[in-house]
Design a protein around this ligand. Structure first.
Ligand SMILES: [Zn+2]
Ligand SMILES: [Zn+2]
Length: 259
């Protein structure tokens, strides 16, 4: 089981979830060409993807969606409310609609979407259940609701937004309305809020935590990491590997081979 943040940040997002038998791409926020290049960088042939999934319609998540669907000819799973909002889904014949009420299956992976609070049309996070364990993805959320924390219980791998440092955002260059948007209930999760969520999700099976969607303006990887390290140090249930996503290059977590 591998989880790769192919790109993570305000300028484009794409996440590969690769079990032994099934390969999923969550979001396509870079050009199709760049996504394919990064997949090849991590040793994955783009043609081997089984499906694409979309969290929400913001351009940093769907920029390359249409061209990628046309290029690969694979199914794209999109929330029913979002299909009509997207300008280019690639090929309407490839669209598979979902909503939060029902899960769906791709290969060996059982997928469940769950709603998050964000200023988009029916935005979701995802839970993936495969033979190797459960993986949770929650980026682009203003607050971590009880429902989000409940959904993410028992994951072996967590991809959690850690968007901004609250002081850097407050003192930074963003105009006031944009600062308000980022910190609102429908904006993005701060390092501190991300760690509060993580604190609720530690258990002895947690193998890895990937911090995602860091703001290049209002955060830095060392700060995000330090907050998560402190949270993990305050408990003794698990010692997961901690990785921080990057905008310009893939960050990969590979499950160590059992010995
Ligand atoms: Zn968004
Ligand atoms: Zn985003």
């Amino acid at each position: 089981m591998n989880v790769v943040l192919l790109a993570s940040g305000s300028r484009g997002n794409a996440i590969l979830v690769d079990t032994a038998k099934t390969r999923l791409l969550i979001d396509a926020g870079l050009s199709a060409r760049e996504i394919c290049r990064r997949l090849e960088l991590v040793g994955v042939a783009p043609e081997s993807l089984d499906a694409l999934l979309v969290t929400h319609e913001h351009s940093d998540h769907v920029r390359g969606l249409g061209p990628l669907v046309r290029r690969l000819g694979i199914p794209v799973h999109i929330h029913t409310d979002v299909v009509g909002v997207l300008k280019d889904v690639g090929d309407p014949e490839r669209v598979r609609e979902f909503d939060e009420k029902a899960g769906f299956q791709v290969g060996e992976v059982a997928v469940q979407a769950f709603p998050v609070t964000h200023d988009a049309c029916s935005p979701v996070g995802f839970i993936f259940n495969a033979s190797a364990g459960k993986i949770g993805v929650a980026t682009d959320l203003g607050i971590a609701t009880r429902l989000v924390a409940d959904q993410l219980q028992g994951c072996r791998v967590l991809v959690l937004e850690s968007n901004h440092d609250e002081e850097l955002l407050r003192d930074g260059p963003y105009p006031w309305p944009l600062k308000q948007r980022v910190r609102s209930k429908h904006g993005h999760l701060s390092n501190r809020d991300s760690s509060s969520l993580l604190e609720q999700l530690t258990w002895d099976g947690l193998d890895a935590v990937l911090l995602a969607h860091l703001s290049e303006t209002n955060n830095c990887p060392e700060l995000a990491r330090a907050v998560a390290v402190e949270t993990l140090a305050g408990q003794n249930r698990c010692a997961p590997q901690l990785l921080v996503g990057k905008q310009g290059t893939p960050v990969a977590w590979c499950k160590p081979q059992a010995t």
